[in-house]
Write a protein of this length. Structure first.
Length: 112
């Protein structure tokens, strides 16, 4: 997929999908109840952004991510918080519209 490009009368801004994935990873990892990110498969991940998909275009991004949540927390609430925070930070930092954020709770883990 191509990078996200926004044109204006004064020029063009291009944002790499990898940059968007890094913003998503940083934001999701800092959300309460999120223990970590995962690729959604049994294969180990090489980069932190491997489990994050960035679809759509500059008019409406579609984000998908897989998270591991701390055991004992309400999974729906953690998912809603991640969705809300990721949307807010992406729109704030990039100026692009977020159409959807799909959060998949892949696992739960007891933390010490």
């Amino acid at each position: 997929m191509s990078d996200l490009t926004v044109s204006s009368p004064r020029g063009t801004i291009t944002i790499s999908r990898d940059v968007v994935a890094e913003i998503v990873a940083d934001t999701a990892a800092s959300c309460y109840g999120v223990v970590g990110l995962t690729t959604g498969s049994r294969v180990g991940r090489l980069l932190r952004r491997d489990g994050i998909t960035v679809g759509g275009d500059a008019g409406g991004m579609r984000i998908g991510l897989h998270v591991v949540v701390e055991y004992g927390l309400n999974l729906a609430e953690v998912g809603a918080t991640v969705r809300s925070q990721v949307t807010y930070e992406l729109e704030r930092l990039t100026g692009l519209k977020v159409e959807s954020v799909e959060v998949v709770v892949e696992d739960v883990r007891v933390t010490a």
